[in-house]
Design a protein around this ligand. Structure first.
Ligand SMILES: *Cc1c(COP(=O)(O)O)cnc(C)c1O
Length: 392
């Protein structure tokens, strides 16, 4: 069987090309030039409507959205922000960038927040960022109950979770603010870009101004005049705006999202059932309230020494399927011990143990059933080779 190209993205819809040609003709690339109807403004309106949120602000990346979210919360200097011990390095980076202190929380074998450690650390923090890492949703019922009771704001890092549901509710709409990415490996691909959503007028007003709506550019954001007037000239401008070309790439992809989510979930669950049948592989189940939107698969190797796990990853790569073992690939940005820019970096034994056996394989949503079978064959063949060698 021939292997698919696991890194090819879907083509950008035709409608984007026409709009980009129009923008190139007019040179109208800055979001605040047009009196109204700029592609970035239209994207914000469409995204907010799709998510059922009152406000959306499009920015240059999800990292920028996380940074602005923390600033919008108006936390005290050196505020402590709880983040999962398993997330992308951009998350602790956004905390440091906002002059806050990251507090790392243990994560379980199922890639989700460990609620015991969460509950123990919550009284020591001022805010919480929940990364739904690779779309794995932590127990948002328990998290929101604890945080609401303690009056602690929750930012959802849904960078890689667009389309995921929790009790049928869209992920990113549960905390005070939800942040999403349009980087090429996420569900919607603009190369780079991000967006944040909230129902809180003051949070979005502060974020809008700090994103670079200088002077009275905030007047081009609907429905927040009162809050923006309150913050006029009181906040620094970080210029993290999205440009019209990026918005033109994103807008026609919003309509593709339901199909991508359905195909991604179908592909994931097919591969998961095949892999989970191996005694050496465990694919953690979703939590009961969760409907996932995966474009990759994560699984844990069981009963294999570190050498055998590395042999499995090399055998898969040699056969054409790249497997990233989070804790065993050099300098991995999702392994917390590589976040050495954090002062007094803690040890998280449980999260470390998970990262040493947790594997990550891309499953782009456009893969066909034959593609998926070819990927499964490579992975199971590599497990066989590695476990035979371990037994010998
Ligand atoms: C991709 C990703 C980010 C960063 O998104 P950018 O748009 O590249 O800044 C943050 N958190 C998670 C969980 C991600 O997957």
């Amino acid at each position: 069987m021939t292997l698919p190209d696991m890194h090819r993205a879907e083509p950008i819809p035709e409608a984007a090309r026409d709009e980009i040609e129009r923008l190139l003709q007019s040179g109208d690339l800055f979001r605040y030039t047009a009196a109204s109807g700029a592609p970035v403004s239209l994207l914000e309106a469409e995204f907010a409507q799709m998510m059922g949120s009152r406000y959306a602000l499009a920015v240059s990346s999800c990292s920028a959205a996380l940074f602005l979210s923390l600033l919008a919360l108006d936390l005290p200097k050196d505020a402590r922000v709880l983040i999962p011990g398993f997330t992308f390095a951009a998350v602790p980076s956004s905390v440091v960038h906002a002059h806050c202190i990251p507090v790392l929380c243990e994560v379980g074998d199922n890639y989700r927040i460990d609620m015991n450690d969460f509950e123990a650390k919550l009284p020591t923090v001022d805010a919480v960022i929940i990364s739904h890492m690779r779309g794995h949703t932590s127990d948002m019922d328990a998290i929101m109950a604890l945080c609401d009771a303690a009056g602690i704001p929750v930012i959802e890092d849904a960078a890689h979770s667009l389309g995921t549901l929790w009790h049928g509710k869209k992920i990113g709409t549960i905390g005070a603010i939800g942040c999403f990415s349009f980087q090429s490996y996420k569900m919607i691909n603009a190369g780079e870009g991000g967006i944040m959503i909230t129902n809180d007028a003051d949070l979005i007003a502060r974020a809008i101004i700090m994103s670079g709506a200088y002077e009275h550019n905030w007047k081009k954001h609907p429905g927040i005049a009162e809050a923006c007037t309150r913050w006029q000239n009181k906040l620094p401008l970080y210029n993290l705006r999205l440009n019209n070309l990026s918005a033109a790439l994103v807008r026609p992809q919003l309509a593709e999202l339901p199909r991508r989510v359905a195909d991604g979930l179908r592909n994931h669950d097919y591969v998961a059932s095949k892999l989970d049948a191996s005694p050496y592989i465990n694919v953690p189940a979703p939590l009961a309230p969760e409907t996932r939107a995966p474009d990759s698969i994560q699984f844990n190797m069981v009963g294999m020494e570190d050498d055998a796990i590395r042999a499995f990853a090399s055998a898969s790569a040699a056969a054409g399927v790249k497997v990233q073992v989070f804790g065993q690939s050099t300098d991995n940005a999702r392994a917390f011990w590589n976040w050495q820019f954090i002062e007094d970096l803690p040890e998280l034994p449980q999260t470390r143990r998970m990262l040493m056996s947790a594997c990550d394989v891309r499953l782009p949503v456009h893969l066909t059933p034959d593609d998926l079978d070819a990927v499964v064959d490579v992975l199971l063949g590599a497990v066989q080779a590695a476990t035979d060698a371990q037994a010998a």
